[in-house]
Write a protein that binds this ligand. Structure first.
Ligand SMILES: Cc1ncc(C[n+]2csc(CCOP(=O)(O)OP(=O)(O)O)c2C)c(N)n1
Ligand code: SF4
Length: 539
């Protein structure tokens, strides 16, 4: 197959291929549906990709690479951008001498997420140009365009994709050749990169000027397209909604926006003026509709009920008919559950038997909330188990407070649990607290990725390994226990009971590999040991 032959790729794979073709020097991210496959594919294709402990770290590492003059990629799911929001806003001020593309993979309909936030709002709030592809070809083309834009305007660019775009396979034709980046090289530019207030004030002004210039450029940019149709009826749209619209209303004139921040408001007003009725159709929040109306352009928008969940052809037909009658219920799916033999079962059986108040977290183990366990009382965002548990401990009457435990997975602990431990040591509840770390040696929920606690990198090769025991002890937790989980919950229950009764700060590492990767882990370890032995024999 020649490099320009058509290929059937998911949007995630198309982004990875474009990153490879763009000569991206480093891709960093944290797994999360629907973004995970981007870095995995980038690595399989031969790109340098690495999992970071969390999204803030990933964005900062990628930003550093772009400060060094390279093209860099940062990937994450939508909620990950909440974690990375701090560097994001200031990266817009500093700009980049290389190029930085941030992929935010949103999950309207919450196929695998705790909320359906619409990250287009982040592009506006931070002042970062944003592109929204509709299918895999556009995912490929827009990724390349994002690098060109990032280099041209010397600032990060956001590629905002959604679940359907990420996971649907559609044909793409790669470009015959893509201009390659210059070699990475650090050029000192203190006023642009060190955001003390005196420099940041100037940087903010520069950012707003750049955004004005980009908005002007976007008025005639080829990333936006008008599909001429019926002059009576026009639709303004972006992203995957465009694909559904072509089927639901093939006769309509369509303005398909590819760059959705900053918006080409003159082109939009012009389009609306030339059709008798104009409506904005978009998945998620009425982001486009709000901005277009705020600019004084009269457009219709979808009824509020269509803000929730994904759009599809049937729902768009209903929007166009202004049908707000109740929608047919979705066929009930099989409720998810922990695998037979999953080590998390032992833990939640024990917690249920002891009637603990469980501040939980996000991972496979969130399924501990469902029967037969029903042993999780809170779950907010990654890392919140330890801190929410502490809050409960601080205010509940002592006899209730002593039943509170925090339960956190190993990948989640590395992601955002460590600061919770610092809080526990700094502001200890009078009744003590018990944190249970579920160390199954993988990020199971998102497809078994490695993390900084597994001792293996993205490609499963050996690398540095965080020791939870040493970390907790060094942070000042007096009672640190490792519980090798067996089949029954008896021993584990006894340990938790003693820990709760102690009234001290206790950190329990409940250890047993996820059964779905236990054999793989043994294989990785065997290969690493063989490599090590070979290196010793032939130093
Ligand atoms: C900020 C954020 N990033 C990523 C995700 C996606 N995600 C949910 S849980 C999880 C980690 C799960 O791994 P672990 O804590 O080890 O639990 P396990 O699934 O292995 O039981 C990830 C990456 C998320 N929900 N929020
Ligand atoms: S994938 Fe692993 S961690 Fe997740 S439920 Fe199954 S055995 Fe448990």
């Amino acid at each position: 197959m020649s490099s320009t032959d058509r290929q059937l790729l998911s949007g995630d794979a198309a982004i990875a291929l474009a990153a490879l073709h763009a000569g991206v020097a480093l891709g960093a991210g944290y797994p999360g549906t629907p973004s995970t496959e981007i870095l995995e594919t980038f690595s399989e294709l031969g790109g340098k990709a690495q999992w970071s402990p969390n999204e803030k770290v990933a964005l900062e590492v990628a930003l550093g690479a772009a400060y060094g003059g390279a093209r860099a990629l940062a990937t994450m799911k939508h909620v990950g951008l909440n974690v990375a929001a701090d560097p994001l806003f200031t990266a817009a001020y500093t700009g980049v001498p290389g190029a930085l593309v941030l992929v935010s993979a949103d999950d309207p309909g919450m196929a695998s997420s705790q909320n359906e936030q619409d990250n287009r709002r982040y592009a506006v709030a931070a002042g970062i140009p944003m592109l929204e592809p509709a299918d895999s070809q556009e995912a490929y083309d827009f990724t390349l365009a994002a690098y060109e834009l990032s280099e041209r305007w010397k600032m990060p660019v956001m590629l905002r994709v959604t679940t359907r775009v990420c996971h649907t396979q559609t044909p793409i034709r790669p470009r015959a050749s893509v201009p390659q980046p210059a070699t990475a090289h650090f050029v000192r530019d203190i006023k642009s990169r060190v955001m003390i207030p005196a420099f940041a004030r100037i940087a903010h002004q520069k950012l707003r000027q750049k955004l004005n210039d980009i908005a002007e450029w976007n008025e005639t940019c080829s990333l936006n397209r008008v599909i001429q149709g019926d002059s009576k009826f026009g639709i303004i749209t972006s992203g995957v909604s465009y694909m559904h619209i072509r089927e639901a209303a093939p006769e309509a004139s369509v303005l398909k926006l590819g760059m959705t921040y900053p918006l080409p408001l003159k082109a939009i007003a012009d389009f609306a003026k030339h059709v008798e009725r104009c409506i904005v159709i978009e998945e998620g929040d009425p982001y486009l509709a709000d901005a277009i109306r705020a600019a004084g352009v009269t457009v219709g928008t979808k009824p509020e009920m269509y803000r929730f969940g994904e759009l599809n052809v049937a729902r768009i037909r209903r929007i166009l008919a202004n049908d707000t009658s109740p929608e047919p219920p979705k066929p009930p799916g099989k409720p998810p559950q922990l695998c037979e033999g999953c080590s998390h079962r032992v833990v939640f059986e024990g917690l249920r038997n002891m009637n603990c108040i469980v501040a939980g977290d996000i991972g496979c183990y969130t399924l501990g909330v469902l029967p037969p366990f029903s042993a999780m009382d809170t779950c907010v965002c990654m890392g919140a188990s330890i801190t929410v548990g502490l809050g409960l401990r601080h205010v509940l009457p002592p006899e209730e407070a002593r039943r509170v435990v925090s339960v956190i997975g190993d990948s989640t602990f590395v992601h955002s649990g460590m600061t919770g431990l610092a809080e526990m040591i700094y502001n200890p509840p009078t009744t003590g607290h018990v944190v249970i770390l579920l160390d199954n040696g993988t990020t199971a929920m998102t497809g078994h990725q490695e993390h900084a606690g597994t001792g293996r990198n993205l490609e499963h090769n050996p690398t540095g390994k965080l020791s939870y025991e040493a970390l907790a002890s060094a942070m000042g937790i007096g009672r640190v226990h490792v519980a090798e989980l067996g089949k029954g919950s008896g021993e584990f229950e006894q340990l938790v009971k003693e820990s709760l009764d102690s009234g001290e700060l206790v950190f329990i590492i409940a250890r047993r590999p996820c059964i779905l990767v236990a054999a793989d882990i043994r294989q990785y370890e065997k290969m690493a040991a063989e490599k090590c032995a070979a290196a010793q024999e032939n130093p």
